[in-house]
Design a protein around this ligand. Structure first.
Ligand SMILES: Cc1ncc(COP(=O)(O)O)c(C=O)c1O
Length: 420
């Protein structure tokens, strides 16, 4: 099946006479005929047993996203932040380190630089554009993974997945890619060498600003037996001595994430949330095409304005990341555009407050056009140095172009630009 078809048909196959639409299984528990059957599930998770580990409705969505990304399995989480957290914790213990590019979502920077540090896990940030030799220097004997974002929020840098995958693999560790902005419709990181893919499904996948969520997808391709990951090759005492690589095989990573981390942290989404997410996924492919079309028209309009100092949008010729865009992104670079208004923060805020159609809100990658000022909102917690490293100018505005008629979006931007 191709993507449009997968969006509609993957994950749920109605049985003969069964409901045509994926049903919501609103139950925390599952009944079994015998104690032995339940006991066996504690040794090997072959069926649903409790809503903190899995749910049939959520499972359909997990299968659909895994299929779209070309992965072997997936696990949904209650937020994108939880997905990023668990993707790293599944590999790193206190005393370990990992590497991330600095141009990633501000909440992830905070999680990696501040919160994980409190738990003894060190994140070493590298410049996205650094050479292989420079990135090599960030590796230590305790480095457990490398992390990057396909289209960085809000710097809109395009991540050189193949370069980072090659470097990570040379050092015997996996590459994790946050594919939130690109979605598997524009880029499938696994095809370029990524081992694990994470998403905030709150964004384009849900698409309608209905509910938060996240997902971790396992490519099933990384060799966990290479000596660097004893937690995968030695018995897990917290899980009846399971040896993930031996007893589970290719899906070792995602099974370990579910059976260890989801069990202990309990950030599993509700069935109803998965049902809503699935409705978003059904139209993801067609929506992404229109976001890209609208985004490019708006980016060109903004680029032509004498009130705008800079437009970051990799589909524009001349953009710093245009070559990487052509390599990695399939026909568009989503609807998110970062602009710098001439005159700094004050003018930027005046511009935002003068908009009539575009919503001023803490959101991005939505069906409705919205704007946000990262330096004073989502990235407020970053230091000035971190803001620069994340590619955020104080006057930068993130415009998330939605699916309204593009002429209406442009008219609104124009009337607002006229006021500054
Ligand atoms: C690229 C990216 N990753 C992760 C997150 C965190 O996702 P959530 O807000 O669903 O926790 C966000 C949120 O904006 C994001 O933009």
């Amino acid at each position: 099946m191709r993507d449009e078809t997968k969006c509609l048909h993957s994950g749920y196959k109605p049985e003969n006479g069964g409901p045509g639409v994926m049903p919501i299984v609103q139950s925390t528990t599952y009944r079994f005929d015998s104690t032995d059957q339940i006991a066996a599930l504690f040794d090997m998770p072959t069926a649903h047993m409790y809503s903190r580990f899995s749910n049939p409705t959520v499972e359909c969505v997990e299968k659909k996203i895994a299929d779209l990304e070309g992965g072997i399995g997936a696990m949904c989480t209650s937020s994108g932040q939880a997905a990023s957290l668990l993707s790293v914790l599944n590999l790193c213990n206190a005393g370990d380190s990992f590497i991330s590019t600095s141009t990633i979502y501000g909440g992830t920077v905070n999680l990696f630089a501040v919160t994980l540090k409190r738990f003894g896990i060190e994140c070493i940030f590298v410049d996205e554009d650094a050479s292989e030799e420079e990135i090599d220097k960030a590796f230590k004997p305790n480095t457990r993974c490398v992390f990057g974002e396909t289209i960085a929020n809000p710097a809109l840098a395009v991540f050189d997945i193949e370069k980072f995958a090659k470097i990570a693999h040379k050092h015997g560790v996996p590459l994790i890619v946050d594919n939130t902005f690109a979605t598997p419709i524009l880029c499938k990181p696994i095809e370029w060498g990524a081992d694990i893919v994470v998403h905030s499904t709150t964004k384009y996948m849900d698409g309608h600003a209905l509910q938060g969520g996240g997902v971790i997808v396992d490519s099933g391709k990384f060799d966990w037996t290479n000596g660097n990951f004893p937690e995968f090759t030695e018995p897990d005492e917290s899980y009846h001595g399971v040896i993930y690589t031996k007893d589970i095989g290719a899906a070792a990573y995602i099974t370990k994430a579910r059976m260890q981390l989801m069990r202990d942290f309990g950030c599993y989404p509700a069935a109803h949330s998965a049902f809503l997410l699935n409705i978003g996924l059904e139209t993801l492919s067609i929506r992404m095409q229109r976001y890209c079309e609208n985004g490019l028209k708006v980016a060109k309009f903004l680029q032509a304005s004498d009130k705008v100092e800079e437009v970051k949008y990799s589909a524009l010729e001349g953009d710093k990341y245009h070559d990487l865009y052509k390599k990695y992104l399939n026909g568009g670079c989503c609807g998110v555009i970062s602009i710098v208004i001439k005159g700094g923060k004050e003018k930027a805020i005046k511009f935002m407050d003068s908009l009539k159609l575009a919503c001023n809100e803490v959101h991005v990658a939505d069906i409705r056009t919205c704007v946000l000022h990262p330096a004073s909102e989502t990235h407020r917690q970053l230091t000035d140095e971190q803001l620069v490293a994340a590619g955020i100018n104080p006057g930068l505005i993130r415009v998330s172009v939605g699916l309204e008629n593009v002429d209406d979006i442009i008219e609104d931007l124009k009337q607002s630009l006229d006021q500054i």
